[in-house]
Write a protein that binds this ligand. Structure first.
Ligand SMILES: [Zn+2]
Ligand SMILES: [Zn+2]
Length: 324
């Protein structure tokens, strides 16, 4: 119950802030101009729709895919229960013992880029981060809507900031301080819009940067840590070849456009509107495992990388020979 209330709070706050700021600007600032309310309400509707879609669609979990559910954890740990063949063939991330990853809390095989969220107590596909503003995780299925929500919220904040700045500028220009009080609600919305615009521009820019580099927040911080470790080992004259192989992003498709398309879809309609990408929809319709967040293409250049080849060889080694 307390947990439900806690997760309800950010949702009520976000929706209230949107509705309150719109109402203030439309009521006090737009005068008889019809264009301002139309612009504000259009962005408000689309932003709130993407916000609710992030929560409703969810990040996607390996638990939603029956073949990934482990029947006997002890057997899976020692290799007597095998993961489904699409994982053995198309997943690259292994544990230190050379086996594919699994989650002991969820009793599920963990495809590449899957992580367990301690807040939600569940594994999520291509997990990006747990977002307190949604009281939900951002992952494979809802990341596109999350990026769109950030973009629309940035646009909304900048527009509200510009309209209220213009209103306050004219109020000060009139120099009619004694006869007319300043509207404190507009001042509050103006301050809120400034703070939100600055923080949203920074976070949206960072999120887009990660998408065009095909990295999640988790992968970005892991990569940074690996590179720092590698530098320290390199300086000490003992570089670790395994660490070197981990200090590259194997999921980078080699072009910013391809990385962007893999999350956001490949047409401007898919980039702009909160619709599931064509690739995901056709994959679901065909009952295919492709484009479901269960495996990801790896850059051809990196496939040739000698360290990765070693990892592929480890992966392809039959389980029986590893048990010896
Ligand atoms: Zn888990
Ligand atoms: Zn979470």
């Amino acid at each position: 119950m307390a947990c439900n209330l806690l997760s309800l709070f950010p949702k009520v706050l976000t929706i209230s802030l949107y509705c309150y700021t719109s109402a203030i600007v439309i009521y006090y600032v737009s005068y008889n101009n019809v264009i301002i309310p139309i612009i504000i309400i259009t962005i408000l509707v689309i932003a709130l729709y993407t916000y609710l879609l992030v929560i409703y669609v969810g990040p996607g979990s390996p638990l939603d895919h029956k073949p990934l559910i482990i029947k006997n954890l002890a057997n899976a740990e020692i290799g007597l229960e095998e993961p489904p063949s699409f994982m053995t063939l198309k997943n690259y991330t292994l544990k230190s013992d050379g086996r594919l990853r699994l989650c002991r809390s969820c009793f599920v095989w963990k495809p590449d880029r899957t992580h367990h969220c301690s807040n939600c107590n569940r594994c999520f596909l291509r997990m990006d981060h747990h977002c307190p503003w949604f009281a939900s995780c951002i992952g494979f299925k809802n990341q596109k809507f999350f990026i769109q929500f950030l973009e629309y919220t940035t646009l909304y904040s900048i527009i509200i900031c510009a309209i209220t700045s213009n209103f306050l500028y004219h109020w000060f220009k009139q120099e009619n301080y004694e006869n007319e009080d300043i509207n404190l609600q507009v001042v509050f919305v103006w301050l809120l819009a400034i703070v939100t615009s600055i923080s949203m521009i920074a976070f949206t820019w960072y999120s887009i940067y990660l998408v065009v580099n095909n990295m999640t927040i988790i992968e970005s911080s892991a990569l940074r840590a690996h590179r720092e470790e590698l530098e320290i080992l390199h300086d000490s004259g003992h570089p670790d070849p395994m660490l070197a192989s981990r200090a590259v992003n194997i999921f980078d498709l080699g072009s910013k456009r391809r990385n962007w398309d893999s999350v956001m879809g490949s047409t401007w309609m898919e980039w702009l509107f909160p619709i599931t990408t064509y690739r995901q929809r056709s994959s679901i319709a065909n009952g295919s495992y492709d484009d479901q967040g269960l495996y990801f293409p790896v850059d051809k250049k990196l496939k040739r990388d000698i360290q990765l080849q070693n990892r592929l060889l480890t992966r392809l080694t039959p389980r029986s020979s590893m048990d010896v």
